[in-house]
Design a protein. Structure first.
Length: 87
């Protein structure tokens, strides 16, 4: 992602890089390249802002814990799946 990548519509590579950027999954060199691209590409900058907004709203909405009985049931099923997969 650099100045020549500036786009009118987002391609898969640009979206993937934005997600990796937001997830903190980039090397220092990649991080700087994405930051530079975002400074010069309004389309990608808007998409990053939108993704940040969505993530913030999901975090606020998803703070309620599932009932303990449901959580225990899910843990038990996951254990059964792991045991079945290993056997």
């Amino acid at each position: 992602m650099n100045r020549t990548d500036c786009c009118d519509s987002l391609g898969d590579d640009h979206l993937r890089r934005i997600y990796e950027y937001l997830d903190g999954a980039l090397s220092a060199e990649q991080l700087e390249a994405v930051r530079e691209h975002l400074r010069h590409c309004p389309t990608c900058a808007r998409q990053r802002e939108l993704e940040e907004l969505i993530r913030a709203r999901v975090r606020r909405c998803c703070q309620e814990k599932a009932p303990e009985q449901l959580r225990a049931s899910i843990r038990m099923r996951l254990t059964q799946v792991r045991i079945t997969d290993v056997s």
